[in-house]
Design a protein around this ligand. Structure first.
Ligand code: SF4
Length: 329
């Protein structure tokens, strides 16, 4: 069976795991191409208007996979990835949202394992064993072996990220965000690039933000460079615990960066109409302010243009440079 994985949303977090798991179950895995104009505009056309841009792009990626003739599309329902916390509601409803248009769009069947470990840790294991049995007719032993390989692949991906690689360096065919040239190391500024990986690393949606920042002299510091448990620990430094696991990672990153003076400034990328991010945006801006770390919030949607983005980044980096000179004088 040829199974398509859309190159959007949790692709940037879990591709090594999903791809290895499905391959070990006997699937031939294919990913959709990099987001492009056609993919995004098709997604925008069929998705509800009030959705965030990465979810709109997800629709377009499903259509690209349909055009490539895959037999099924992998759309997991990721409810919770840890105890007593949830992911964004969009991830809970993704199979329903895509399922609602699957008929009219002629999409192939969706593979939608439900992943929920809110009540019990390690619940994923049983949910995926059940998925392997129902969808691929595989035994428990086969599923456990596939899971073990998938875990190793994911661990090696995460070790690469903590070691300083970007997801774009490690995921297949991702070299879209490559800087054309970079200023010498002594002229660079340490910029914390904050946000969900699918917002930051989708080069089409963010107008090549990663490359543009590096070309203009940013030495990027990314949440993925910190061990997950450290981010989670640092995220507890808020008056009330957050509900959403992925927002906790973002909160943990800004807390660590400001506490350790690890960055000269922060660029926070968030999607227009994103509920969870709009809640933590206030906390993030407050945190940056009390630690005197300049922060620029970039809100992206399907209309974001490159010219406006470049002007804003240039102004932000100039301001950081002036701040540095004033402090040194
Ligand atoms: S967290 Fe925000 S950007 Fe991400 S899927 Fe949910 S609404 Fe969209």
């Amino acid at each position: 069976m040829r199974v398509g994985i859309p190159r959007s949303l949790l692709y940037y977090k879990y591709l090594p795991f999903w791809k290895t798991f499905l391959t070990r179950l006997g699937a031939e895995v294919e990913t959709s191409p990099l987001t492009n104009k056609k993919i995004l505009s098709r997604g925008v056309e069929v998705a509800e208007n009030e959705l965030c841009v990465p979810v709109k792009a997800f629709y377009g990626h499903c259509m690209a996979l349909r055009d490539n003739g895959v037999d099924a599309i992998f759309v997991p329902r990721v409810v919770s990835v840890e105890e007593r916390a949830y992911t964004c509601p969009k991830f809970l409803g993704l199979p329903d949202m895509i399922g609602a248009v699957a008929g009219p769009l002629g999409l192939p069947p969706l593979l939608t394992p439900r992943l929920n470990q809110r009540e019990k840790p390690r619940e994923f294991k049983w949910q995926l064993i059940d998925f392997a049995r129902r969808q691929f007719g595989r035994s428990k032993l086969d599923a456990v072996a596939a899971l073990e390989s998938a875990r190793l692949a994911q661990r090696s991906y995460q070790a690469g990220l903590v070691g300083g690689k970007k997801p774009l360096d490690l995921l297949p065919n991702s070299r879209f965000n490559v800087p054309r040239s970079r200023p010498p190391a002594e002229q660079r500024k340490r910029i914390g690039l904050l946000g969900h990986p699918y917002n930051i690393y989708d080069g089409y949606i963010t107008q090549n933000l990663v490359a543009r920042l590096e070309e203009m002299g940013a030495e990027l510091v990314l949440p993925e460079m910190t061990e997950h448990h450290e981010l989670m620990q640092a995220a507890t430094d808020v008056p009330k615990q957050l509900y959403w696991s992925y927002e906790k990672e973002i909160m943990g990153a800004i807390n660590l960066w400001t506490e350790n003076k690890a960055v000269d400034g922060v660029v926070y990328v968030l999607a227009f109409a994103c509920g969870p991010d709009s809640m933590i945006q206030v906390l993030i801006e407050h945190r940056a302010r009390i630690h005197d770390v300049p922060l620029m919030s970039l809100i992206i949607d399907e209309h974001s243009g490159e010219a406006g983005l470049i002007t804003r980044i240039e102004a932000f980096l100039d301001m950081l440079m002036r701040k540095k000179k004033t402090a040194a004088a």
